[in-house]
Ligand binder design. Structure first.
Ligand code: G6P
Length: 607
């Protein structure tokens, strides 16, 4: 994810900005830059790749004079990781420079408007519209220009801004993207993450959404979105530097689990406009879709399970038959794929060797291809005819969490979009859109409802084997839940379609064998309930995942995890969250290396 730093004081700014950017490296990035103000001029230095390149270019900052500046590490979303797209971005008149974290959802229409007004764009980013708006609205008063600019923006943004006509001043704006002010002695700072600040000061001010700040060497002023001054409390950072790098979480995996409401929101909300689902990035027409006789989804690991979970929504809503194939199998299976097939390939990294090979195989057979990818500019993204990016931000923990949920979210949205494009009349359309928009909130509820999971982990952590059961999407989510458990806790865990139990697996159930039963689909609840009774009568300990008021399951299970009510077609995005938490806390009980489990890699680039 992108990172932001800002410094103003009496010392040279560039070395401090570079040091702050180094502290943000762990977040993942592909380019970086700084802008420093000196004697009424702003100088910008940007590089692709590592911060080390920026240090080299600026002689560790010594070649860049000036005591106030802003810096940024970019993790590309809009536009490839190039120098032009790297931040800071300058206004056309060179008087303003900005850095931005987040996504401006209405940037396309703003860009068109600004081009008509004579502004030219140097990058493909959503960010650049902001600096031109500031230039347009600046009439000698930065606060007024910022208020007018932010009134035009939709989406999420943490901004750092400097203006050559306001020497020594920094401006910081926060809306749905973190930004923290650092209060020092004769110098002040801001950053997207305390990691960048703790070497300099432990006194910080947390900005709230809608607030902005004006910083100089000896003052910090905070205002609300109308420009009214706000009294802020200065807090003291107590944690050590290492912990702060994980945003205060003990492990990246836990941090990434907790980031899911934001990641799913960043993926879904820019693609819903005026109550309609839109995929502006797709080149597929209604005619193309009507020619398609089947969809083949291919991927590896959790991305494959994301496909399994979304098959139900795709078939039910878009009426197109769906096959889900492991990429490592598909590539050698002489697959029945032709020019009437839409191949959907899913990959967080976009670099998985088997997935790339399956994509090439399908292309060679004439299939239309669509990739769902998290890493911008990756090989899968480059090879596919169409790309939908998940905006999950970088995932550092090897076991994917927000990668999976954002993939399923995109597939659910595609189901509704395909149907609409093909002219399928569906009275449920507005309901689907509302359900999709509510998913980030539902994930947050699922996190909040399950505070008992650490205690459940204490009970189940030394089990010999765990079995996960469910039907339909519950089964598909079981597959991913069991994978999470085995990946990070090293416990033997297997998922079974609940109806298959009696065809073999039930032989393994004995006194106290844990069975994790997923019961989140009211239409088939009774059927899974019968399977719960079957395993319980053989001594199993049942940990059920269901809705809080589902009395039938609550009364029969030994232990419970909950989710809020969600349409079963989309519920995988929410159901998986308690299972991720369960795996995490079981692994923690077992003292495992959660972020880097043994034998596993984040990106599997060999066959
Ligand atoms: C590895 C990772 C998994 C991931 C799989 C596919 O096994 O550990 O978390 O699901 O690769 O990776 P991809 O980047 O293609 O989604």
């Amino acid at each position: 994810m992108c990172g932001i730093v800002g410094f103003t004081g009496e010392q040279s700014a560039a070395p401090i900005l570079l040091d702050g950017l180094k502290k943000l490296e762990y977040r993942g990035y592909d380019s970086a830059g700084i802008a420093v103000m000196d004697h009424g001029c702003i100088s910008v230095n940007k590089v692709t790749g590592r911060i080390a390149n920026l240090c080299e270019k600026t002689k560790d900052g010594t070649a860049v004079p000036g005591a106030a500046g802003i810096g940024h590490t970019r993790w590309a979303t809009h536009g490839a990781p190039t120098e032009e797209n790297a931040h800071p971005h300058l206004s056309n008149d060179g008087r303003f420079a900005i850095v931005h974290n987040g996504i401006i959802e209405n940037y396309l229409s703003l860009r068109e408007e600004l081009i008509k007004d004579g502004y030219h764009f140097d990058s493909e980013t959503d960010t650049e519209v902001i600096v031109h708006l500031i230039e347009m609205y600046y009439k000698g008063d930065m606060r007024d220009a910022l208020i007018r600019t932010t009134n035009r923006l939709r989406g999420s943004y943490a901004l750092g801004v400097i203006c050559s006509e306001e020497p020594g001043k920094l401006y910081a704006v926060r809306e749905a993207s973190p930004l923290i002010l650092g209060v020092g002695v004769d110098e002040n700072y801001f950053a997207s993450d305390v990691t960048a600040l703790v070497n300099y000061t432990r006194n910080v001010i947390y900005l709230e959404d809608g607030e902005f700040a004006e910083l100089s060497g000896n003052s910090v002023k905070v205002f609300d979105c109308l420009g009214k001054p706000v009294e802020k409390k200065v807090s003291r950072i107590l944690w050590d530097v290492q912990a702060a790098e994980k945003g205060g979480y003990e492990h990246f995996m836990l941090k990434e689990i907790m980031e899911q409401p934001g990641a799913v929101k960043a993926t879904i909300s820019p693609r819903i406009k005026d109550g309609k689902i839109v995929f502006e990035e797709l080149k597929l027409t209604a005619k193309d879709l009507l020619r398609i006789r089947k969809i083949v989804i291919t991927a590896c690991g959790s991305a494959y399970y994301a496909g399994c979970a979304a098959k139900y929504a795709l078939e039910k809503i878009s009426h197109i038959p769906v096959e889900v194939e492991l990429a490592s199998e598909l590539r050698y299976s002489d697959p029945m794929i032709d020019n009437h097939t839409l191949l959907i390939v899913i990959s967080q990294s976009g670099e998985t060797a088997d997935t790339i090979a399956a994509l090439k195989e399908a292309k060679a057979r004439g299939a239309r291809t669509l990739a769902i990818v998290n890493v911008v500019g990756s090989t899968v993204a480059k090879l596919a005819d169409n790309v939908v990016y998940t905006w999950a931000g970088p995932e550092i923990a090897v076991a994917t969490t927000k990668g999976y949920t954002t993939q399923v979210a995109v597939l659910c949205m595609l189901s509704v979009w395909f149907a609409d494009m093909m002219g399928i009349e569906d009275e449920n359309y507005p309901k689907y859109v509302k359900e999709l928009q509510a998913l980030p909130r539902m994930i947050q509820h699922a996190i909040d409802m399950n505070s008992s999971i650490p205690a459940l982990a204490k009970k189940y952590h030394d089990s010999k084997s765990l079995f996960f059961i469910g039907r339909n999407t519950d089964y598909a989510v079981s597959l991913e839940g069991a994978l999470k458990m085995k990946e990070i806790s090293y416990l033997h865990s297997e998922a079974y379609a609940a109806g298959e139990l009696k065809h073999g697996t039930i032989a393994l159930i004995e006194e106290h064998t844990p069975v994790i039963a997923l019961c989140c689909n009211p239409a088939i609840m009774e059927k899974t309930l019968s399977n719960i009774v079957e395993v319980k009568s053989r001594g199993a300990e049942v940990l059920a995942l269901t809705f809080r008021n589902n009395q039938k399951i609550v009364s029969v299970a030994d232990d419970l995890m909950f989710i809020p009510k969600v349409d079963p077609l989309f519920s995988a995005v929410v159901e998986i969250v308690p299972l991720q938490l369960l795996a995490y806390y079981v692994a923690k009980e077992n003292g495992c290396d959660i972020d880097k489990p043994k034998n596993l890699a984040k990106s599997v680039t060999v066959e």
